[in-house]
Design a protein around this ligand. Structure first.
Ligand code: TYD
Ligand code: MG
Length: 462
């Protein structure tokens, strides 16, 4: 007698599979995220299992490697984030908050591709065809020979894509709305999302078209539905940005065919997304150099240098509670550490102050190299003395207040010089290991070994 398959439960946050239901996922500690998975009984009979395996061919490590062919979308910032364009038969997941601009970006990219003569199917499970047409009109791409459908039925979509031999790209907006009849759960559940993605990916690999899946992201920033989706696809791109700001960043979090952390920068306008080929100029456009509490960070996003303004505001703590520490665009834990270092090593009295820190423009900075710029902004806010308007800062700060080396100083310096900055405050060169940094023309270097240099710039510490 066939054994009834055991029940299984998947976590919607991390994708871990459990044999028993529980209120909390053991793997990621999230609450109320376990959902029953629809399991298909394994067909493997004992006879099937008895077939002996065949030897696979073993290959040498050396050999001729062809770079994968690329289909360029015609949107340079998108191609850059993808590592040069879409790879045929690859699957890209584009994640982001609802309303951030995923559908806009993909409609623009799909239209561009169609204009170049590629056959592109744009399947929406969220919007009716008329709505897509209206959007296309607003974006000024209504002339593109794009093929649209409003459908959530994965079997139908696959049948359609396979019936046409020359389909190059299929966009699915969004995977959370897709539905497979054979899976007994609602769209958006772990089982559905996983099964739909699996079938679509199989079809893409079989027929060689590029598959672009849109996925919504939860409040916590994880892809809603199973994170396992990230393991199934070839590339994961996150579309980030603050909805109140114009800037949108497309960031590669995983890429089997290119570098991760490569970014594409866009600005959302009333005619859709515009490419930003010089992000530093845009991020600094509204900077007012003569105000205390602001410092320019020479940062790095992937291989691309980006200058950003870090703003700090201090105000005397109100009430009896703990002082406020509000951070936008940076890590709150690192801010707490820097405040402690500034207080202990430099004698700045900050514990009685509310601290607000903001990376202007809505970009999220993850690099420890921003420490020095943040410290400079905090020192400037505390002393009321503006940082030099021509200066950029980068360097990691350690617990004793020492300033540590960070990667790719040269490209940061080059970007600063390109944008007309005249001075860079950076970690003191260490004798061993690092190649000497020759400053680009017009830029003077102020090497610094300790964070206290920020307070008394002339009394260089040894
Ligand atoms: P959308 O692409 O629908 O977001 P997502 O698919 O990620 O949910 O973008 C919606 C937002 O973008 C919406 O708030 C309106 C804004 N928008 C513009 O500002 N300009 C435009 O040209 C378009 C099409 C949208
Ligand atoms: Mg959308």
């Amino acid at each position: 007698m066939a054994k009834k398959p055991a029940r299984q439960y998947g976590c919607t946050a991390c994708g871990a599979v459990h044999a028993k239901w529980a209120g909390q996922c053991d793997a990621c500690q999230e609450w109320n995220t376990l959902e029953e998975l629809a399991i298909e009984p394994l067909a493997a009979s004992s006879a099937a299992r008895a077939v002996p395996g065949r030897r696979v061919r073993l290959e040498a490590l050396q050999g001729v490697v062809q770079p994968p062919p690329r289909v360029r979308s015609g949107i340079a910032e998108l191609d850059r984030a993808l590592g040069g364009g879409l790879v045929p038969a690859s699957v890209v997941l584009v994640g982001g908050d609802p309303g951030i601009g995923k559908s806009t970006l993909l409609l623009q990219a799909a239209s561009k591709l169609a204009e170049q003569g590629e056959r592109v199917l744009y399947i929406s499970g969220e919007e009716a065809v008329d709505q897509i047409r209206l959007r296309a009109r607003r974006l000024g791409v209504e002339g593109a020979k794009l093929e649209l459908a409003a459908s959530i039925n994965v079997a139908d979509i696959i049948a359609t894509a396979e019936a046409e031999a020359d389909v190059r790209v299929v966009v699915i907006d969004s995977i959370q709305t897709m539905w497979l009849e054979t899976v007994e759960s609602a769209p958006g559940t772990v089982s559905q999302v996983r099964a739909c993605a699996f079938e679509l990916i199989r079809a893409a690999k079989r027929r060689g078209f590029c598959l672009i899946l849109v996925g919504h992201v939860t409040k916590e920033g994880a892809l809603a539905g199973p994170r396992v989706l990230e393991h199934m696809v070839d590339a994961v791109m996150y579309f980030e940005g603050d909805r109140g700001h114009q800037f949108r960043i497309l960031r590669a979090a995983k890429n089997r065919y290119g570098a991760t952390d490569e970014i594409g920068v866009f600005a959302m306008t009333d005619r859709g997304l515009e490419e930003v080929s010089n992000p530093s100029a845009l991020f600094l456009a509204e900077r007012r150099g003569n105000i205390a509490g602001s410092a320019v960070f020479a940062g790095l996003e992937g291989s691309r240098p980006v200058l950003l303004e870090v703003q700090a505001l201090l105000s005397p703590k109100g009430g009896d509670g703990a002082p406020r520490r509000a951070v936008v665009g940076w890590d709150g834990g690192r801010l707490a550490m820097l405040l402690a270092v500034l207080e202990t090593r430099c004698g700045l009295k900050l514990s009685g102050m509310d601290v607000y820190l903001n990376v202007a423009g809505g970009l999220k900075v993850a690099e420890p190299a921003a420490d020095l710029a943040v410290a400079a902004a905090l020192v400037s806010a505390a002393t009321g003395v503006p940082t030099s308007p021509g200066a950029v800062y980068f360097g990691e700060v350690g617990l004793s207040g020492e300033i540590r080396q960070v990667s790719q100083a040269d490209s940061r310096l080059k970007e600063a010089a390109k944008l007309g900055f005249t001075q860079a405050v950076l970690p003191r060169r260490v004798a061993r290991g690092s190649a000497p940094t020759r400053p680009p023309e017009g830029l003077s270097l102020r090497e610094s070994g300790h964070i206290s240099d920020l307070i008394s710039p002339d009394a260089q510490s040894e």
